[in-house]
Design a protein. Structure first.
Lengths: 656, 145
């Protein structure tokens, strides 16, 4: 039973948070000033309310003073609301009788004037006393969970998350926009610091994913829209036409031979060519050809039709259309990866103008045994073996003025690897590396870097490169050696730029569809940087891999497994709790005008024509309150945030 | 110096999180605004704004998510429509519409929150006190005369 407003007994606990709050806000004075405020039955202050003794104090006080509600004036509710709700529950209080007044992040940490900050704390707390006086005790709404997960992205992170969730025994839908899974990792040559062949360690996982009974692999598909909420998402998935029936294609390759259309090969970073009908790479999963309609001469057989003529199993079908279907899932793992900062973005390095200035991924393809040169290091312009290569670390990273301020984290290590592999392939070649710092913090990383320097005699020059230009057959690199303070000019055959890792192309559109938050660089934001690093702030969404920020393969794999474990936690519950702070309708006041229906993005409200009033499906109501603000008669009132509560809070803040 | 009273309605998902971030990053800004956290900026009813002015606010601030980023799909667009119209009403009521400010501040924009608070406080300070009740009384007296 919710006690009547007038005789409600509220307990107030003002936290010092060590000196975090008490250093600026006079907590004693605050507790003292609110002692006699109407409704406050008990008021105290304590050094760390969130500590075990602090929580025990709350529990004991609730029982002893027969409190009906409590207010904890402390840090942001995003941190300890749950802690205090649990503590209060142990003392028999309804969790919705607990309010957190934020006097740390939104007061003591942002103001220096002690007097003003203290006054502000009093105002904030008063507003919560007013709110609390009118709070109802609420019971959570229980909802079923669809125990299926959607994974977006089929790179190493997505694959690992899919395998782990599938191994937990839950069904997985894996959506990949490209014709094959594998992501960026499948393009790499060897991986640091062990020099494992990237394809050799990834392809078994790709095959496992394609054969796992719990995984439905949806390559060449994209997420069209997402609605619903944790446990109950409705996802519309777009199937892009491949124009080749995967189940019929026998990989004979006859179509590719006759196709007259030649285009740059994305898999080899444009360093070689493919046909318009193609298989991205030999180990592609699913093993099937794909017709790239954007480059095909025409899907009308009268215009070309050569591939269809030679296809023995009749797998090619020009009439395939884009289709959209809907699936229900309970959790979504976003593993959309990264892209490299474009060469064009740093004009002075000449990546756009000169074929022999390449980025890290292009050099991976040059090094790869399955690459355009079969693993021999040859420069793109004339196919000559370069006798020296300059590697430029931090190209577009750690540059607060013009490019990306953050560190792309993996470039130090892959540049050391590039230098080492180059030396292994061209023993008389010289690798020269420009660096700001070498950040080799990882298991076996520093040893690997030392090996590059000591055994493979890579020359490391501490400094930044200012300009790269061509002179005859050679590239000239201008830079500065910041250890000697002297200008350096290096003549070389080829340059590899360790371009910054940036958010994946087009991820901003996906993020809008999912309605999840990102950081200022467009990488996905985690719920808490230290304590909840694999969850999005938006319930039901999990992050894996470089979509969240630059990281290497083991970190991406670890994060994917962690995200999968979190999905497992969610699915292990029998039912989900839905917040009861919904917006019901007072049918005595409702005139059935239905204005609120147009406000609701969730179709939670409908008009009961017989009774002439609006009815609410509270499971669908997410509690935004847009309808409450629009209701002309005040019939729609948000639970525990009614108009009367807001008025009383405003009055408490402003009225003195 | 005139210290304006500013009532801030902040959406839980973006602007209140930005205010938290400003705190975590130890930025400092004018203490004149006091925040009231709502689930969505679209929960703010023009009645609440008017009530705040009547209760003594010299300025009212509403913070929401950037267009397209609303946690509730499109609540911020509803807020934008309401605020745009309501500013016209304020004008008719004799309240300078600059006293009401709507700003999109994402959870990552702690600095923007701090700067906006300083800037808005400065703006309201230069507009001077609202004294709504006195103004209304004055207007009534004029009508009677």
């Amino acid at each position: 039973m919710t006690p009547k407003k007038k005789d409600k007994r509220i307990g107030l606990f003002v936290c010092h948070c060590g000196v975090n709050i008490a250093g600026v806000v006079d907590v004693e004075k605050v507790a003292e000033r609110l002692k006699d405020y109407p409704g406050v039955a008990f008021s105290t202050h304590y050094v760390y309310v969130c500590s075990d003794p602090g929580q025990q104090m709350i529990i004991d006080t609730i029982k002893e003073k027969k409190l009906d509600a409590i207010i904890v004036a402390a840090c942001s509710p995003t941190l300890h609301e749950k802690t205090f709700r649990e503590a209060a529950k142990m003392a028999g209080l309804n969790p919705y009788q607990i309010e957190i007044a934020n006097i740390r992040e939104q007061d003591s940490w942002v103001h220096k004037d002690k007097d003003k900050a203290t006054k502000k704390a009093v105002k904030i707390i008063k507003s919560y006393v007013e709110k609390s006086l009118q709070n109802e005790s609420l019971e959570p709404i229980k909802v079923d969970i669809h125990k299926r997960a959607l994974i977006i992205g089929g790179g190493i992170s997505g694959l690992q998350a899919a395998l782990d969730i599938a191994d937990h025994g839950y069904e997985v839908l894996l959506v990949e926009k490209n014709p094959s899974i594998g992501g960026k990792m499948i393009q790499l040559s060897e991986t640091f610091p062990t020099l494992d062949c990237s394809q050799c360690i990834l392809t078994p996982k790709m095959v496992e994913v394609s054969r796992h009974p719990n995984i439905r692999l949806l390559t060449y598909h994209e997420v069209d829209s997402v609605s619903g909420f944790v446990g109950n998402f409705k996802v519309r998935i777009k199937k892009k036409p491949r124009y080749v029936d995967e189940s019929l294609c026998n990989l004979c390759g006859e179509c590719e031979k006759v196709c007259p259309q030649v285009v740059p090969d994305e898999f080899n970073m444009g360093l070689s060519f493919r046909k318009a009908i193609y298989m991205p790479f030999p180990q592609a999963v699913p093993g099937t050809y794909t017709l790239d309609a954007a480059n095909c001469l025409g899907l009308l057989p009268v215009r070309c039709g050569k591939c269809k003529d030679v296809c023995d199993p009749k797998a090619i079908n020009y009439d395939m259309k884009e289709t959209i279907f809907e699936e229900e899932v309970g959790a979504i793992v976003v593993a959309t990866g990264y892209d490299l900062y474009s060469l064009q973005a740093i004009g002075e390095y000449g990546g756009e103008k000169y074929d022999d200035v390449v980025d890290g991924l292009e050099f991976e393809r040059i090094l790869s045994a399955s690459g355009p040169t079969g693993g021999e290091v040859r420069r793109p312009s004339d196919g000559k073996v370069p006798k020296s290569i300059v590697f430029v670390q931090c190209s577009g990273s750690r540059d607060t003025e013009k490019h990306n301020p953050y560190c792309s984290k993996i470039c130090c290590m892959y540049t050391a690897k590039h230098a080492m592999l180059y030396k292994h392939r061209v023993p008389d070649g010289q690798a020269i590396v420009f660096y700001i710092d070498v950040r080799a913090g990882g298991k076996g990383f520093d040893e690997f870097y030392q090996r590059t320097v000591e055994e493979d005699k890579a020359l490391y020059i501490r400094g930044k490169v200012s300009k790269i230009f061509k002179e005859g057959d050679k590239l000239i690199v201008w830079g500065v050696d910041t250890l000697t303070g002297k200008k350096v000019e290096v003549e070389t055959d080829m340059v590899v730029l360790a371009m910054a890792m940036v958010k994946a192309d087009g991820v901003e559109e996906l993020v809008k569809k999912l309605k999840i938050s990102t950081d200022t660089h467009g990488f996905l934001a985690e719920a808490h940087p230290k304590l909840r690093p694999v969850e999005s702030l938006n319930a039901g969404f999990y992050l894996a891999g470089c979509a969240h920020g630059p990281k290497d393969i083991p970190e991406a794999v670890a994060q994917a497994s962690a995200a999968a474990a979190k999905v497992g936690d969610l699915f292990a519950q029998t039912e989900l709790i839905h917040e009861p702070t919904t917006v019901p309708v007072n049918t005595d006041l409702c005139s059935g005008c239905a204005i609120c229906l147009t406000m609701c993005p969730y179709d939670a409200r409908s008009l009961d024509r017989e009774r002439g009033v609006v009815v609410v499906n509270e499971v669908l109501c997410e509690g935004c309150g847009a309808c409450a603000a629009a209701c002309p008669s005040g019939a729609a009132q948000q639970r525990n945030q009614t108009d009367d509560q807001i008025f009383a809070m405003v009055q408490a803040i402003l009225g003195e | 110096m005139f210290e304006p009273q500013i009532m801030c309605f902040l959406c839980k998902w973006c602007t209140s999180a930005a205010a938290d971030l400003a705190g975590t990053s130890r930025m400092t800004y004018a203490p004149n605004g006091v925040n009231l956290r709502v689930m969505c900026s679209s929960r703010v009813d023009p009645q609440h704004i008017l009530y705040a002015f009547r209760a003594g606010a010299d300025g009212v601030f509403i913070g929401g998510c950037h267009p397209g980023d609303c946690h509730y799909v499109e609540g911020n667009y509803k807020t934008l429509r309401r605020v745009t119209l309501f500013k016209k009403v304020l004008q008719d009521l004799g309240i300078d519409p600059r006293r009401l400010r709507l700003e999109w501040i994402s959870a990552a924009e702690g600095r923007k929150f701090a700067e906006t608070m300083d800037q808005f406080t400065g703006q309201i300070r230069s507009l001077g006190p609202l004294n709504l009740n006195e103004q209304v009384l004055h207007a009534r007296e004029e009508q009677h005369e």
